[in-house]
Design a protein around this ligand. Structure first.
Ligand SMILES: Cc1cc2nc3c(=O)[nH]c(=O)nc-3n(C[C@H](O)[C@H](O)[C@H](O)COP(=O)(O)OP(=O)(O)OC[C@H]3O[C@@H](n4cnc5c(N)ncnc54)[C@H](O)[C@@H]3O)c2cc1C
Length: 381
């Protein structure tokens, strides 16, 4: 088959990679650069932690297993799965953490209580003696830009692959046709749209309704991430506390996030200096030994379909439909596995039962969607 994948973020690169591995020709078309979109500004916590409903947990669990068993074997430099430690001091956080651990244990997901003394052996973080501490040993963090770049470099060695940097301006649902800004037209047997936050507009070009959460300051879409230099920090994996999430960004760096600060995150503005100062202040209280220096605060733009859940599959149920859509929050957890699962469906025509509740067609009616809650609490993302 001749296939066209639009969008070279972690999702599009993963779909392209898996299609190519199955022997199809692949043209990967990207507007800017590989991993230039949300994939470049992500917390990239690998988990299936607070994923509701259970069918969505099942998808994320597949994503987690795929990183653990497949990606980490092929590209060990792109993922660190040394466990996630979460500790709660404040009452509200203690009770939500208890509920989460109980639910995850009931789903046979690795989650257990550890003492602050055990935690001190695992992490340099200052954890109060009266804290409630949980360990999620399967979890960790990834470097999705690195994985996307490695996989594109590998694909480029294949004669069946081409990378085209040229924005797509329209897509046909039934002709396998894609029109580029330069005026070029591409044709394939199948087109896969993996354009993250451009999905609504490009899908509409093909007559398909696919709402995303509103692009509103104070809503779910925007969030700060602070990039900090902290040489020799010795942190192994993500930490979640009452008011700060942080995780390693290589041996000398950290990425910080405080969800309660996100209501002012606005991609049109440079973040106020107080945001970086506050994030550093919170880090210093938990990691006093680190000589942390703020490098940059960025505003990330989450890719969240209107109901918060993954979208994967044919754009419509029509027999002549040739357009597929892949768009999801938690795209780092899900991307590599989603690529495999979608490529398998496209190749064989056999439907994956795990996708039953995640088809694009659920948005076909113009029904009003309930507002999607912004991530503001520990364990959210
Ligand atoms: C603050 C924050 C924290 C996050 N934390 C996590 C986390 O802990 N774990 C997790 O799994 N996920 C997390 N995410 C989400 C995750 O990063 C995204 O789900 C994922 O990166 C989406 O990848 P994507 O490939 O779908 O989109 P993108 O990376 O945005 O890729 C889409 C690509 O399509 C291209 N494109 C757009 N329009 C066109 C066009 N017309 N023609 C051609 N190309 C086009 C873009 O240039 C872009 O390269 C977080 C996101 C944010 C912002």
């Amino acid at each position: 088959m001749k296939t066209i994948v639009v969008g070279a973020g972690i999702v599009g690169v993963s779909v392209a990679y898996s299609l190519l591995r199955r022997g199809h020709d692949v043209a990967l078309v990207e507007a800017e650069d590989v991993a230039a979109g949300t994939t470049s500004t992500s917390y990239a916590w690998i988990n299936s932690h607070k994923k509701h409903p259970k069918s969505y947990h099942a998808l994320n669990y597949e994503g987690l297993k795929h990183w653990t068993h497949v990606v980490s074997a092929q590209h060990p430099e792109t993922v660190m799965l040394h466990g996630h430690v979460e500790f709660a001091v404040e009452q509200e956080h203690r009770s939500t953490l208890e509920q989460r651990v109980e639910r995850l244990q009931s789903l046979d997901y690795a989650a257990r209580w550890i003492t602050p003394a055990e935690a001190a052996e695992r992490t340099p973080v200052h954890i109060p003696q009266d804290a409630l501490v949980a360990l999620f040993p399967w979890e960790g963090h990834a470097y999705p830009q690195l994985l996307a770049a490695s996989r594109v470099a590998e694909m480029r060695r294949s004669p069946g692959f081409s990378l085209i940097i040229d924005p797509v301006v329209s897509v046909s649902r039934t002709e396998g046709k894609v029109s580029l800004l330069s005026g070029t037209e591409l044709r394939g047997d199948v087109v896969v749209l993996a354009v993250g936050n451009s999905t609504t507009e490009l899908a509409a070009e093909a007559g398909v309704r696919l709402p995303m959460v509103p692009k509103e300051v104070g809503g779910a879409a925007f969030g700060y991430l602070a990039y900090v230099r902290a040489p020799g920090h010795s942190l192994q994996g993500p930490i979640t506390s009452d008011h700060l999430n942080f995780r390693p960004n290589g041996d000398d760096g950290l990425i910080l996030q405080a969800l309660d600060l996100d209501p002012t995150a606005n991609p049109a503005l440079v973040p106020e200096p107080q945001i970086g100062e506050e994030l550093l202040r919170r880090l210093h209280a938990l990691l006093p030994s680190a000589e942390a220096q703020l490098e940059e605060v960025r505003v990330g733009y989450r890719v969240i379909p209107g109901d918060g859940l993954t979208v994967a599959g044919p754009a419509t149920g029509e027999p002549e439909n040739r357009l597929w859509i892949a768009v999801t929050h938690s795209g780092v957890v899900l991307g590599p596995w989603l690529g495999e699962a979608l490529a398998e469906e496209i190749s064989t025509g056999q439907q994956n039962p795990l996708f039953e509740e995640f088809r694009p067609t659920r948005f076909a009616s113009a029904e009003q969607l309930p507002a999607y809650a912004a991530p503001r609490k520990p364990g959210d993302q």
